[in-house]
Design a protein around this ligand. Sequence first.
Ligand SMILES: Cc1cc2nc3c(=O)[nH]c(=O)nc-3n(C[C@H](O)[C@H](O)[C@H](O)COP(=O)(O)OP(=O)(O)OC[C@H]3O[C@@H](n4cnc5c(N)ncnc54)[C@H](O)[C@@H]3O)c2cc1C
Length: 635
Amino acid sequence: MANFYEDNADLRFYVEKGIDWGPLYEHTQMLGDVYESLDEAKETWADTLNLIGEFSANEIAPYAAELDTQHNVLKDGDVVFGDRITTIFDQLKDLGVHGLCMPEQLGGMNAPLITYFLSAELMARGDVSVMTHHGFHGGMALAMLMFSVDEGTTTVDLENKQLVSTRFEAEAMDIVSGEAWGCMDITEPDAGSDMAALRAVGELDEDGNWTVSGTKMFITSGNGRYHFVIARTEPETQGDPETGLKGLSFFLVETYNLDEDGNKNWLATLDKVEDKLGHHASPTVMLTFEKTPAKLIGERGDGFRLMLLLMNNARIGVGFESLGLIENAIDLSKQYAAERPSMGKTIDKHEMIADYIDEMEVDACAIRAMGVRAAYYEELAQRLKLQAQFLAEDGSEEEARLLKESNKLKWKARKVTPLLKYYSSEKAVEYGQRCVQIHGGVGYTTEYGAEKLLRDAMVLPIYEGTSQIQSLMAMKDNLLWIMGNSKTFAKQLAEAGFKSRFDRDGLTRDVYKIKLLAMRAQVHLMRWILSEKLGNKPVSAWGSALGDFDPKVDFSPAMLHAEHLAKLLTDAAIASELFRQAKKWPERRELCVAFVERALPRSRYQLDLIKTTGHRILAQLHGEEAAAAPDREVA
Ligand SMILES: Cc1cc2nc3c(=O)[nH]c(=O)nc-3n(C[C@H](O)[C@H](O)[C@H](O)COP(=O)(O)OP(=O)(O)OC[C@H]3O[C@@H](n4cnc5c(N)ncnc54)[C@H](O)[C@@H]3O)c2cc1C
């Protein structure tokens, strides 16, 4: 019987030895001795992934075309799902997987979050829209628990390893049981990437009750019952994006409740289900709240921070979703190429096609390496923060130690997550298109499913923060870090320079060459941005020269080249991770060599682009700016 877990040796490598399960196991045990030992826990989690792999291969993948053609429709104010997705979610409810990572007392299996991400890949390989809708179940229940812990409304009895109470218990249990699901409502008709422009409002009445009003659009699974809504509660100072973000608060809003007969009483209006290019089994909804009762989460003005907590996990989720789609593209491409004869042999034996398929396979492993890293850092950071909150005394040394460790991991997760989201989603589109190309003419028809993959892939670089926004985040984080840590950066630069030239091992030299190229790009951009401020000062002296630096005004060249830099940073991050694996597990060296072989020349190209292009566009933009604002001095 087909099984997407069993047939994927690279994924199994992580479950069997690549992931250090020990710390995650210890943390999950904090809320109940669900497992007798680490070995038993690992076996259970592997069995669950095996089950999901089998389910996806046999109950989702064979119905991908059906899922694609059965569109969801708006009827009598509610969304009517297609028959196939209804069947699949009835089956998933029976399997009980919505509570995979929830504590046992909330109906879950107490598994680490990383098992959810791996299961997301398995489901997405069957069909991405099924995976997406699934993600708005357990992921949202877990978010309810996370937010309640964050605001201090969850209590635990550590001695007996019990969750005593949590604010959104009823809502979370409703989701875990498969009766309901959640949604994430950020985007509005006039505010997507620019969250400071959000206009939905949260209002407090005289009795101390909150309501939200406003229209949200493009809400995935937006016909769900429980919505995390970000809305403005504090006025903004005209045109100042900082106050725009600080004035946002975060709410849990129910769009309907049920009467005694189980009928829905709507508290918000579903306006529209989008007619999209792909992702057809996943409803994308526009809806309007009008003084809909809401529960404030955390403090007023905390909305942007809380929304980012949710989005970090969601972005890692898109990484694994993209990976599942790429695995699907590889499956279809290999099957077709092995059967289709051309010029005396099957096309998989032609050099170019063999190279195409090899590149896709290497990249799938590369993305998984980065995804597992991001997921692991993020999860451990969150769990250490929990430990600090529940286990350590307020103000104790132990609390400080746990928080310091958590922040370190959080920073590592923050560095790799935008790169994962960027690279995996862009590759999903590229390889969706490549899959069509490998199929030739039939790829352009609906018969083989290749064009569906391309259509499904195209939203991946758009939602959960576009590729451009991910690149800008990565660029800003990296350059600002260099400014604050110029001496450490100078040391890293020297080490990379030395190892890339003098190490005795060729692979080590190549990995460090890629890192060096990424660093040189950053040095070049810093010099370009700050040439006037820095003059000819050495890198190690930059920190003290940057007192009056304003990233919003001064980053223009780096904003222009943010995507090129993101590509370099991604190649450096993946090469480093695969190299780390190769040193620990010699059987991984071959993969590292295969990745580096392509990453090194393309990194040289990206650096060349950064060094030689962009001046003309910047001059044009500055010219336009000068015309619009004549009193502003233009460099
Ligand atoms: C199928 C689907 C499902 C979705 N699900 C959800 C959901 O569940 N919840 C939710 O809240 N939203 C959801 N969205 C919305 C999605 O997150 C937004 O579409 C996305 O953030 C982009 O916003 P926008 O469409 O307003 O584009 P814009 O922000 O207008 O951007 C348009 C283009 O300009 C670029 N751009 C914008 N600013 C900059 C800049 N400073 N520098 C360089 N380039 C820039 C963008 O990258 C993009 O290429 C979904 C969208 C789709 C299509």
